[in-house]
Design a protein around this ligand. Structure first.
Ligand code: ADP
Ligand code: MG
Length: 614
């Protein structure tokens, strides 16, 4: 009999459900609306794909991004699921064909762009079709409070209403704020939905924050041992993307880039090359992201601090989506704060907002930025900091983030802090961080001299301190609330009430300082077992090469053939027969049929070679 477990193994090749999946699927199969709120990489797609395979008729998936549709549909077809998509990339005749097939009941799943729903052709099809289920992916797009508001999502409710029989509705998102959640339920007209929220923890991700002296050098350090892996390097600005990408290419890395300043063709081409594992490193702004469904991203490195924790966790979450161990590293620098502040002041993304609303939006953005900065400064467990931010429970220390693995020493910084704070006061709280540093270090720069800052009694009182270490202390004072930086166009450093304690009441100030300079990554021996390399690297490489060969021949991205996690499991289980192959996670019937022979041949050869070595 076909049931959810059988479908999970036969089509997707998985032996069990992940947290939350079964609960959502059960509700939907019961005919109840459901909302799945799960972090990126948790496996939301299966939550609607499995019910679709069990319902009679064609289920619809509303999805905002064209590239995402294409990849999901080709992945489904690889797994033996009859699926198609309708969006603006199809020609008119192609569109007609898809609709004709859909009418003939040839598909289990039809992915539709939201703006297609209201078209005459589609409505005509939908009125006669048997549509048991509609899934709305990235459902936060319906909310103005979400990060990617799409007005076309507002029409979904209307479309559902116009159907002769109301289908079961499922909505899926990784955005958990109450406002967005309410909007989803209301604006999509969900009926008493069963809401499933899974924990935001992603156990396979390792978190690290660095404040490198030189980011380019730290990046090269990081990449040295990872040149074979696929990863994303996020930068704040287009200019940085171009620079970093060029440097990496010059250094011989296979890097490509993505940002909104490139032509659509180039963006598409670069993205495809990355997806197909042709280019190992994607250097990108946050424009690269939604719709990226690449499962074998081994690291996400933030070359700059992003604007808030939501963005950070979403972007970092693109690592290790197949459950394999992956690294999320953030390079923090004081300049990142300024760049983000600048964006907040300049950004007028949403022209429809009135002044009043805009002001509120900006305030909340500044607030979120402060929390992001605090994350970069914390010496507590990074995972705990993330989970707390998202309102999740967490242990005090996870044991595999850079803070849990790094030793800190408490340094008494009372005197330097007093010097800094009194200099801020002497400067009459009128200048920014750079001038503050310049003054303290006795800079002879034109601006310092012109403003007469060299006449202050605090001029040059920290001339032996490196700029970097001074900046770290200022950052620390900021993070602990002894100073603030105004949110104006020209941010100015001011002291707070708390500063008085240090300046006048003999309060002592201790700052945790890493005992050793943070290595690009924790030493191999310190790595928890989760982060171990696959048991047999040589075999893994061979399997990857075979996968790439097959993927190129079929014109699909490599991960669509098999995820890294599946190749790893092959290395563990070393299957020798078709039955054994089916035991591997990620091998379903269709894929065994298609690729089983080729992979088994390789695995048998490998077994024979290892046996003869013994
Ligand atoms: P989301 O949409 O929540 O970000 P996806 O649906 O894209 O996540 O799934 C992420 C990855 O997890 C995919 O590679 C998928 O194959 C894998 N996955 C999902 N469910 C399972 C499961 N039950 N067992 C193993 N892998 C799974
Ligand atoms: Mg998804």
């Amino acid at each position: 009999m076909r049931n959810k477990h059988v479908v999970l193994k036969e089509y997707f090749g998985f032996g069990g459900f992940r947290s939350g999946q079964e609960e959502v699927i059960d509700a939907l199969l019961d005919g109840r609306d459901a909302v799945g709120i799960m972090p990126t990489g948790a496996g939301k797609s299966l939550c609607f794909q499995i019910p679709s395979l069990l319902f009679e008729g064609v289920s619809l998936v509303v999805s905002p991004l064209i590239s995402l549709m294409k990849d999901q549909v080709s992945a489904l077809r690889q797994s033996g699921v009859a699926a198609a998509f309708l969006n603006s990339t199809l020609t008119f005749p192609q569109m007609k064909t898809v609709l004709r097939n859909a009418r003939a009941g040839k598909y289990t799943l039809l992915y539709v762009a939201p703006e297609r729903l209201a078209t005459e052709d589609f409505m005509e099809f939908a009125r006669d079709a048997s549509i048991p289920f509609v899934a709305v992916d990235e459902a936060h797009c319906v909310s103005q409070w979400g990060q990617d508001f799409r007005p076309s999502y507002l029409k979904i409710g209307e479309f559902i209403h116009s159907l002769p029989l109301r289908p079961v509705l499922g909505a899926f998102t990784a955005t958990a704020t109450p406002q967005v959640r309410d909007d989803i339920v209301q604006l999509l007209n969900l009926r008493a939905p069963h809401v499933v929220t899974t924990g935001f923890d992603r156990k396979n991700l390792y978190f690290e924050v660095q404040s490198p002296k030189s980011k380019p050098a730290a990046l090269k350090d990081f990449l040295r041992s990872r040149s074979e892996k696929s990863g994303i390097v996020y930068c704040l600005t287009r200019k940085t993307v171009d620079e970093v990408c060029e440097k990496l290419r010059d250094a011989g890395y296979s890097a490509t880039r993505y940002h909104a300043g490139l032509t659509q063709e180039e963006r598409r081409e670069n993205q495809d090359r990355f997806q197909a594992d042709d280019a190992r490193i994607m250097v990108a702004t946050n424009a690269f992201g939604m719709g990226i469904d690449k499962s074998n991203v081994a690291y996400v490195l933030h070359y700059n601090m992003p604007k808030n924790m939501e963005s950070y966790y979403q972007e970092a979450g693109r690592a290790g989506r197949d459950g394999s161990p992956a690294e999320c590293v953030l390079f923090y620098g004081g300049q990142d704060v300024l760049t983000n502040q600048f964006f907040i002041e300049k950004e007028r993304e949403n022209e429809e907002l009135d002044e009043e609303t805009l002001k509120k939006v900006r305030e909340s953005e500044r607030n979120r930025l402060r929390k992001m900065v605090a994350y970069c400064h914390t010496t507590d467990c990074l995972r705990a900091a993330i989970l707390t931010y998202f309102g999740d429970e967490s242990p005090a220390a996870c044991g595999h983030c850079s803070n849990c693995l790094r030793d800190f020493e408490q340094e008494d910084i009372t005197i330097p802090a007093q010097k800094i704070l009194s200099c801020v006061l002497r400067m009459e709280e009128r200048y920014g961080v750079s001038l503050l540093i310049g003054t303290l270090r006795g800079s002879k720069s034109e601006r310092v001299l012109k403003l007469g800052l060299d006449e202050l009694s605090t001029y040059g009182i920290m001339k032996d301190e490196s700029e970097r270490s001074l900046r770290a202390k200022i950052d620390f004072l900021l993070a602990r609330g002894y100073i603030t930086i105004t949110d104006d166009e020209f941010p100015v450093v001011k002291t707070t009430q708390a500063a008085k304690g240090v300046l006048f009441r003999g309060e002592k100030l201790m700052m945790p300082v890493a005992k050793e300079e943070p290595k690009p990554l924790v030493a191999e021996s310190k790595k928890p077992s989760m982060l171990m390399e696959p048991s047999d690297l040589e075999l893994f490489d061979k399997l990857r090469a075979l996968r790439k060969e097959i993927a190129s021949a079929q014109g699909v991205p490599a991960f669509v053939v098999f995820a890294d996690a599946t190749l790893r499991d092959m290395c563990e289980k070393l299957p020798q027969t078709p039955d054994e192959l089916l035991q591997v996670s990620g091998v379903g019937y269709a894929k065994r049929e298609k690729y089983g022979a080729a992979f088994l041949e390789l695995l048998r050869e490998h077994a024979a070679a290892s046996a003869s070595m013994k």
